[in-house]
Design a protein around this ligand. Structure first.
Ligand code: ATP
Ligand code: MG
Length: 294
């Protein structure tokens, strides 16, 4: 099980958790892919995307999935988030099949998808509004989350006036304010510049350490996966399947310096980077062959 110890933050540190009281209990639940198979039609030819995909994620675990483009990462997330059903096998959340009306899982994408005609506060309230949370409660919860992401003084601002990093923090607040038990993150920091991305990674992990939903985090960035996760899953493509399941035992809280200073970090990276590279090259080779064969 991941370490649940919270780090005491000093005044000089810029942390989103400074004002955030940690939840008394971690709220994550388990997620399980059992013998999942899936295919899509390309023209009239079915292309197998996931092949006997098995993965169990423990409650409150932070698991990253890396793998070549097209190996089925987004497809797998979509099954947990009730966007699509596996053609065979099953996906379980907290031991039960994903329910059509389930709100246990919430998404966070690279594109923040904020509504430009709404103010910051009312963007944060959006999901709660859809779920019928009363107005007063929406206000209080949005306020609390805007503090946690250090944007409370921008509550009445136009989202178009925020930086990219601030916009992504609004999106994080909008998602986490709904208390999801499972957080599905599809390349959430991919659109950010390197510096903003590093800040977001560190701040997001601190928020996660306080709230502890189960996270499934998809990324193309192996360093990011290692830095944030309890486990990194490497997938191969056509059909998508798991080829590496690596437990990451770096201490928490994680810090950016670990990339350079931790031998353990470097050994994880070393162990997985060649394998990831060869899977990416294999996937490209296959696309080339398919292209040549029409
Ligand atoms: N709705 C769809 N209809 C047809 N094919 C699809 C559909 N969604 C995905 N695919 C195909 O399924 C395969 C897996 O797609 P998926 O989006 O899950 O990959 P991914 O691993 O998330 O890739 P990326 O890293 O590029 O985001 C790809 O070949 C894609 O073209
Ligand atoms: Mg994808």
């Amino acid at each position: 099980m991941p370490n649940t110890t919270l780090r005491a933050t000093s005044d000089s540190e810029t942390s989103m958790t400074e004002k955030a009281a940690p939840s008394s209990t971690a709220r994550g639940v388990s997620v399980e892919f059992q013998q999942v198979n899936h295919s899509f039609l390309h023209g009239n030819r079915p292309v197998r995307v996931l092949n006997d995909f098995n993965l169990r994620i423990e409650p409150s675990e932070f698991v990253s999935i890396v793998g070549p483009s097209g190996c089925g990462k987004t497809t797998a997330l979509g099954m947990v988030g009730n966007l699509l059903k596996p053609r065979a096998g099953q996906v379980l959340i907290d031991g039960h099949k994903v329910r059509p009306d389930s709100n246990e899982a919430a998404f966070l994408f690279a594109r923040d998808a904020l509504l430009p005609w709404r103010r910051v506060r009312s963007n944060v309230e959006l999901g709660m509004e859809t779920r019928g949370v009363p107005k007063e409660e929406r206000r209080v919860r949005a306020e609390e989350w805007l503090r946690k992401v250090r944007l409370h003084e921008f509550a009445d601002s136009d989202v178009l006036h925020l930086s990219q990093g601030m916009r992504q923090r609004v999106a994080i607040a909008r998602t986490l304010v709904q208390n999801p038990k499972v957080l599905l993150m599809d390349e959430p920091f991919a659109a950010l510049d390197a510096q903003t991305r590093a800040i977001q990674q560190e701040e997001f992990t601190r928020l996660w350490e306080a709230e502890r939903p189960t996270v499934i985090f998809v990324t193309h960035d192996l360093e990011e996966a290692i830095l944030l996760s309890d486990r990194v899953i490497l997938m191969a493509s056509r059909p998508g399947r798991m080829v590496v399941d690596m437990k990451i035992e770096l201490e928490r809280p994680r810090r950016q310096e670990m990339r350079r200073e931790s031998d353990l970090f470097k050994s994880y990276f070393h162990d997985m980077s060649d394998r990831l590279r060869s899977e990416v090259e294999l996937a490209e080779q296959r696309i080339r062959e398919e292209n040549q064969n029409g």
